[in-house]
Design a protein around this ligand. Structure first.
Ligand SMILES: [Zn+2]
Length: 213
């Protein structure tokens, strides 16, 4: 976990939004490889092992995912608009397979949710595990410049992930999901649609101006 990304992590437990306090045991450059994150509100502790924050058991059963592919990484860099430096992009599940190639193409920190097995953390790659049935993300609202959601994403997860994207941030999602309110579709192909989060928050209608008398 890149040390600066710890600022955007939030306790996943049901209480008011709270940041987490780091007790590090091993830092490699600016990446925390071993340690513990503690919540000052509920005292929950989340271990960091091999650079991955363990919010929950993120292991998936089943077959290994597709192999990493440089062309997929190049496509992801373009779609997520990762040419300019700064901030972080969130990538879920099996899409994390291309993260090592992607990290070579961008200076943007990549935050992998339930990273695929064998993907090492550090030098541009951070990750956390979470129950695959998550309905909220342990991340600050409007903190991410882009998100890429894998094929297992549910409609509820899409909405929860949108809250994490900052206005004008990119959203890449599987075509099985419909494009929700609050984002403007930019493009689509047979696999995914690409959209941009609108500047106004989701589900807020147009507020009429009141005429003063
Ligand atoms: Zn807590």
């Amino acid at each position: 976990m890149f040390i600066e990304l710890i600022d955007v992590l939030r306790c996943p437990n049901a209480h008011e939004e709270s940041w987490l306090v780091l007790a590090s045991r091993r830092i490699d450059g600016r990446d925390v490889m071993e340690g513990v994150l503690g919540c000052p509100v509920c005292a929950a502790e989340f271990p960091i092992t091999e650079g991955v924050v363990r919010f929950g058991n993120g292991s998936r059963s089943g077959t290994a995912g597709p192999l990493a592919n440089e062309e997929d990484a190049l496509r992801l860099a373009a779609l997520l608009d990762l040419a300019s430096p700064g901030g972080y992009a969130m990538i879920t599940g099996s899409l994390g397979k291309d993260a090592p190639h992607l990290a070579a193409l961008t200076d943007v920190q990549l935050l992998l949710v339930n990273p695929p097995p064998g993907i090492g953390m550090g030098t541009g790659l951070s990750g956390f595990t979470i129950n695959p049935n998550w309905t909220t993300l342990p991340l600050a609202p409007s903190s991410s410049r882009a998100i890429a959601l894998d094929d297992t994403t549910t409609p509820d997860q899409l909405l929860a992930a949108l809250d994490v994207v900052r206005p004008s941030g990119r959203v890449l999602a599987p075509v099985a999901l419909s494009v929700p309110d609050g984002v403007a579709e930019l493009a689509r192909d047979g696999r995914q649609w690409l959209a941009e989060r609108r500047a106004t928050p989701r589900a807020s209608g147009i507020i009429p101006l009141e005429r003063r008398k």
